[in-house]
Design a protein around this ligand. Structure first.
Ligand code: PLP
Length: 366
């Protein structure tokens, strides 16, 4: 997409009065105004990751996840590098059990190998997190098993609580540590039927993100024992992650914990209603059905170009946003987008979703 296309899309989205997928976009001025009115900016800022909203955020995350400590990172990519390195040093085994669709394997330019000298052992070829049997049956030892909750590129799929407990036990029985990629852990608790702290208690370390469902500017935290936190601060520095001040991102993360975290369970519930309404669209496929979190894959029998064009036309003409970001799949003529149910979609009941889908389809070639 060119810069002009992106601007046209952003402008169309900003003007929409009805939004099915995603949060309502905010201008930078709105974000700044929200921060200016917040108690989090009354005091002094942080310095090199210490003090101010950054420390408050770390304490808040440790409290929510029930861990001794949490360390703020500018990115999850960096946080997970450090967690996996810690596991390798503790166990003396640089092999990490990773899903072939996990973020480090697909989206990080092999940083785990290039920067941290780690080696991936693929845990399964199935489009879901590995089972206990698969971990017990690995051909080679692993120092750390990393589980992505939910596994985003497989359709934001989660294991059941029992499956999760069993796979963690299998890793431990094999002498491995367990690290959770919890970029979207916040919205995983309804499906797992356990609290954030109960989930994090299964693992040796957990990474969470502040800019996905929480709507912050950027940033992540690595939560775990105090010893891991001390190590994480040292390696964050080595990775170039000790920014002089990070309070703007930390403030938006704290605001996300205040405003969005309490609403996520309602989004997850409503995602089932939205998914069921979209499943009735001719040729549509939903995955997973019902959704495990607030987001799910919607597949339609059209090339991505046609679907993206239809969405833009609908947005520009009627100020209605269906869903953007369509990508072609392996099956020619089928494309997929992730539908994310957030605040704006709560206003749409099943009939409104069906109506919106119908309006979207009028912009598609028949
Ligand atoms: C599952 C998962 N893990 C890790 C990351 C990395 O986060 P960051 O963009 O903060 O490096 C992402 C980001 O999209 C993600 O979706």
């Amino acid at each position: 997409m060119t810069g002009t296309d992106r601007e046209r899309l952003a402008a169309a989205r900003r003007d929409c009065t009805v939004i099915l997928s995603g949060p309502r976009p905010r201008s930078m001025a709105e974000v700044l105004a929200g921060m200016a009115g917040s108690r989090y900016v009354d005091g002094p800022p942080d310095t090199y990751g210490d003090g101010g909203p950054v420390t408050e955020l770390e304490e808040r995350v440790a409290g929510l996840l029930g861990t001794e400590a949490a360390v703020y990172f500018p990115t999850g990519t960096m946080a997970q590098q450090v967690a996996l390195r810690f596991g390798a040093e503790r166990t003396g085994t640089p092999a990490v059990g990773l899903h072939p669709l996990s973020h480090p394997m697909v989206h990080e330019r092999d940083a785990y190998a290039a920067l941290s000298g780690l080696r991936a052992v693929r845990t399964t070829t199935a489009p879901r997190n590995p089972t206990a049997e698969e971990i017990a049956g690995l051909d080679e030892p692993i120092g750390t098993l990393m589980l992505e909750l939910p596994l985003r590129d497989a359709g934001l799929v989660l294991p059941s609580w029992d499956e999760l407990v069993a796979v963690v036990a299998a890793a431990r029985a094999a002498g491995a540590r367990v690290h959770l990629d919890g970029a979207r852990l916040w919205e995983s608790t309804p499906h797992l039927g356990r609290s954030l702290a109960e989930v994090a208690a299964l693992a040796d370390s957990t990474y969470v993100s502040f800019y996905k469902s929480l709507g912050g500017m950027s940033g992540a935290a690595l939560a775990g024992p105090a010893e891991l936190a001390r190590y994480a601060r040292a390696w964050r520095h080595r990775h170039g992650g000790n920014l002089y001040q990070q309070w703007p991102a930390a403030v938006t993360a704290l605001q996300g914990l205040d405003a969005e975290l309490p609403r996520l369970a309602a989004y997850v519930r409503h995602a089932r209603t939205v998914a069921a309404a979209l499943a009735a669209v001719p040729g549509a496929r939903i995955h997973p059905e019902p959704p495990h979190t607030q987001a799910f894959q919607l597949w339609l029998p059209h090339p991505a170009d046609e679907l993206n064009r239809a969405n833009l036309e609908l947005a520009e003409r009627d100020r209605v946003w269906f869903a953007g970001g369509w990508r072609d799949g392996a099956v020619p003529g089928m494309a997929m987008t992730e539908v994310t149910v957030a605040g704006p979609a709560l206003d749409l009941d099943a009939a409104a979703v069906a109506d919106l889908a119908g309006r979207f389809r009028t912009h598609l070639p028949s």
